[in-house]
Design a binder for this molecule. Sequence first.
Ligand code: SF4
Ligand SMILES: [Zn+2]
Ligand SMILES: [Zn+2]
Length: 319
Amino acid sequence: MSDLDQQCSYCNNSSVIQRKHSGDYLCPKCFEKSIEKIIYKTISKYKMLRPQDKVIVALSGGKDSITLLYNLMKIQERTYRSETLIALTIDEGIKDYSQNNIKLAKRFCKKYNINHEIISFKEKLGKTLDEIIHFKNQSGDYKYACNYCATIKRRLLNEGASELGGTIVAKGHNLTDMAETFLMNILYKRFHLISNQFFFKPEKKQILVKKITPLMRIPEDEILLYVNMKKFDYYSTICPYREKDPIIRKRLLDFIEECKTYSPEIEFNLFKGFLELSRILYKLHNNKSYNSCKTCGYPSGNKKTCSYCDLVKEFTNKT
Ligand code: SF4
Ligand SMILES: [Zn+2]
Ligand SMILES: [Zn+2]
């Protein structure tokens, strides 16, 4: 991203960005318009929303979720006129991180008059993520913080959305996240997960609220430019656990960034690969039946209990 002294491909103004994957130059106004158009078109192309939907937006306070919330609010006002959306924040309880995120999320919702709900690890499980990590470290079987955090967050988000009467959970995953996740699932041969992410599958288990990802066709660096242009306040610090743990995701992200310098379309190719493979795998796996957790009823793959219940049982038993 730099001042390119080039004329915008769509008007007479100077450009601020060249989209290397398409070759287009864009001025601030056309860039903002184009981001908003991509979000709108993604929603309509993938039939993500219906007028009667009640949308719960997962709001962390970071750039992606702020962009998502702002655009969904505008789209709903303009087009769908469905029930007012609700922003839902999950407080992990990560020192010096979660509270700062929440502060910004609250401020944003207040400014735009959006209903905002917060659910915390502490309130639901009796422990913050920091306390869970401390406990795991002491018991000597610490893996990576993200393993515990993502499992719990996914569950609290679904439960929270369900309790709020939500029919849709909107998440802020961008194109870079999608490419990274797809590559990760390939590396670990998680074909069932890829198949599960097929966009057009009907939700078999009523217990799961349908998830949508309207930013999935926008690269991370473009979202960053967009929030800065809109002058949105967002939390930009990276989670301390993501920094601390040598998680493969972080390395994959570096790898994708490096590939992009030679081959700018790489994220788009990975995304298209994901769409195609998820469709094929879904058709192949569609008739397979998976277990429901005997404790909570959520899907548990081939196991009798789900990862969330395993985790809860583990640290409630030992304390
Ligand atoms: S980076 Fe990992 S530990 Fe930090 S908030 Fe995200 S999932 Fe949780
Ligand atoms: Zn322009
Ligand atoms: Zn369970």
